[in-house]
Every structure is written in structure tokens, then in C-alpha cells.
Design a protein around this ligand. Sequence first.
Ligand code: HEC
Length: 470
Amino acid sequence: MYPFWEGLFIHSTLYVAIVSAFHVLASHITVAAAWFNLYLERRAVKENREELYVYLKRSALGLLVFAYVFGAMAGVGIWQTTTAANPRGISTLIHNFVLYWGSEWYMFLIDVIGIIAYYYTFNRVSKQTHLRLAWILALGGTGTLSIIVGILSFKLTPGLWLETGHSLNGFFNPTFWPQVSMRFAFMLAITAAWALFVVTGLPKGYFERERIIRYAATFGLIGIVAGVLIWLTWYQPSLPMRARAILPSRAIPQPTFPLIYFGLVATFLGLLFAWLMPSKQRRFMALGAMAVLYLAIFGAERTREVLRKPDLIFGYMSSNQLLFNDMAARGIKSEEARLAQTGMLNNLPFVRAPETVTNTKVTFGLDDPEVATGRVIAIQQCGSCHSISHQTAMNIAGVRLDLRSQANLLRMRNLTTADKIDNYIKAIGGFPYMHPFVGTDAERRALARYLEAFLHDTYPETRPAATAQR
Ligand code: HEC
């Protein structure tokens, strides 16, 4: 068991989401742009269209600076944020897929050196050789993407791995191919926005401008239609029943779906407009399209992550980093079963001792040892999905922003006393997105006391005294 970081101002999982949505934007641009540029470069060679190289060179420079520098930095950011938010989850992935990640890094190395070589060899090597470099970039990028998707989709559908424990079974899992294909399709739309951005930055009289806009729009429109079809007919049907139950549930916060639909429709219409009127395209439109895409990607990636709630690795490890099933192939025994008997405190090396919690500055009620104990339990059991203290909340213009705040949920359910909360916790396993509470009766009681104190401190009007006075 590892420590768990709640977050600061915003919940730790949101750090992961913000950094990775940017990384997805940048990395998908690079991979699809590599294919788009390859397509253009082949035309340039075959049809002897020198002018296309002007665009290619500009696009390559943009990729080099924006995608490879900032995108790659965000990739490192994903390692940092996921390690802070859920160390044991990332550790499990590393233990299963270290060699896959190793090969992914080799491919990434090819990519990074490839883009530099690609950019600096325009007009310096023969056209055929340069075209080969374009092929290497496209294939290398697709390789890194596919390997990462294998690991990502494993979390949602570990498939046969749960029985055999073999990493290849986990890698080629039931949602691997649908997800690779869907990403590939949507990636074309992201890249279309990128191409519009690059080409609208070229001088006004640039001869190939309108034709490139049309090519890009065509790529993007085909990508969106294909992506939606793949989602409806292949990816969604391959999701496990439990994930399909989560999809319409409250686990996916509003306005996620409107955001995704808006992103899709707006991008589709934008690209259609670009196709119909290539001469009307301006740079700020392309920038707007990228911003819309960032938001849609944020929503879509987050939905993909929430789909496997309450698990981190479906059917194996819960979001709070406990193993809840036996896995015979690896000689692993369920930890939840054991901890429900022995209790959480003193049985998990990294769960902080209550005495140390009392000293923290998180205030309210923590001088009471039972409440302090409850906080330790709350961090471990509920903190991975809920805001459970003021540390992960922000007040902006009088509005409290937090992630599924316990205080808010308890207030809405009118669970204002420790007794009521305690009773309610016994039943949370009934929700599709939560596991049952793990721990002894005394620990659950302590948790209820802490949540009560948190609720009363956040919303003083929920104190019984306040209610009685009215
Ligand atoms: C795997 C993630 C996860 C964990 C861990 C988790 N919850 Fe939840 N919980 C959710 C989600 C998702 C919702 C739905 C949020 C919403 O309604 O906005 C929810 C809703 C709730 C609600 C409101 C339910 C209702 O009636 O609508 C309560 C109360 C609650 N959780 C308590 C807890 C407590 C106490 C713990 C720790 C013992 C806990 N949760 C741990 C994900 C989790």
C-alpha cells in the first residue's frame, strides 16, 4: 500500500486530467500530422509540386516546438501526477508492462530524432530519402500510440489477464483494437485543425493554401464520421456490462456529454465550412477549433477513466488501491477480504497514524482522536474519488468548487449526523460506482464522525443546533 495525495486546491485526479488532456491533444496531433504530411509529401514527389514543401516545413517546425517539446513535457507530467494520485495503480502497470513501455520509449526516441532529422533535411537529401523519413515518423508515432493504448485499455478491460496473469493477454484485451481504431479516426480531425492553423499562418499569396485546407478538411470529416461509427458499432458494444451501466450514471459529472457532443458537432461544422469555403479560413478559427477540441478531449478521456469506476484495474484493484479479488495465476489474495476482518489501521504500512493527523493544519474537530482516525480512513477509502477536506476545494466568487465533495453530497442527502452517515456508508456498495466500505465497525464509525465534522464545518447550517433553533 502506498500513500495517497489528496491534491491542493483541486483534487489530485484533476491534475492528471488537465495534464493528460493536453498531452493527448499534442500527441494525437503529432501522430496524425505525420500521416497527413506523408500524404502531402507523396503528392509533392509524384506530382512534382514544390510548393507543398513550404507547408511541410512549417508544419514540421511547429510539431518540433509545440508537440515534441510541450507535448513530451506533458507526458512526463502524466507520470508525475499519476504517481502522486495513485502510486499503486501506476506501479501495477509498470510491473506488468515494463518491457512494453521500454519499447514504446524506443519508438518515441525514433520519433524525436526523426522529427529533427525530418525538419533539418528538407532540400538537403534527395526527395525519395526525405519521403522515407516521413514514413518512419508516421510508423514510429503509430507504434508509440498503439502500445500506450494497450496499457490504457487494459485498465478498463484486463480480459484474459485476470485468469492467466500474462501481460500479452492484458495488452491485447477486448477493447484494444476498437480503441486504437477510434483514436486513429478522431486523431485525423485533431490534425485537420492543426493543418488549418499552420496553413493560415503562411503568407497570404501562398499558392497551395486552399488545396491543403481542402485536403485537411476531408481528412478530418472522414475521421469524425469514422470515429463516431467505430464508437457506436464496435467500441461501445465491447465494453463490459458494468461499464455500460456507469455511462449514464451520475459518476460522470455534468456537463461532460454536452461538451463532447458540442466538440464533435462544432468541429464537424467547422471542417465542413473549411471544405466549402477554403478562402475564408483565418488563424483564430483554427485556434478556436483547438480550444474546443481540448475541452472535448478532456471530457472524452475523463469518461474513459471513469468508466471503470470503482476500479482502477477492472475486477482487480479498486480506486483506493486495494486488491479486492483473488488472482490464482499470480498467487494473489484479496486484500479487502482480509482488511474487512483486521481493520485498516495498523494493517497498511502507509496509512498515517491518527496521532500525526491531529497535528496537521486541516482544523475542524481533529483534536478529537476519533475524528482524526476518521480522517485517515476517509483519505484511504473515499479520497480517491471525493473531495474530503478543504484542501481540495476552491472558492471562486462565492462558489465552492470541488470534486464530488462529501460535504455537498451528505448535505443534499440530508445526512447531517454521524449516525445517519454511518448507516448510509453501510450501503454505498449498492451503487455501481462504489465498493462497499472496508474496515471494522469502529473504523466506519470514526469515518462517519469525521465526515460529520467536515460537513458541519463546510456548511454550518447543517449543524443539529442550527436546525433545532429554527
Ligand atoms: C471509486 C470512486 C469512489 C469511492 C472510492 C467512493 N465514492 Fe462515493 N461516490 C462516487 C461517485 C462517482 C458518486 C456519484 C457522485 C454524484 O452523485 O455526484 C458517489 C456518491 C456518493 C454519495 C452520494 C450518493 C447518493 O445518494 O447519491 C455518498 C454519500 C458517497 N459517495 C459516500 C462515499 C463514502 C463515505 C466513501 C468512502 C467510504 C465513498 N463514497 C467512496 C465514487 C466513489
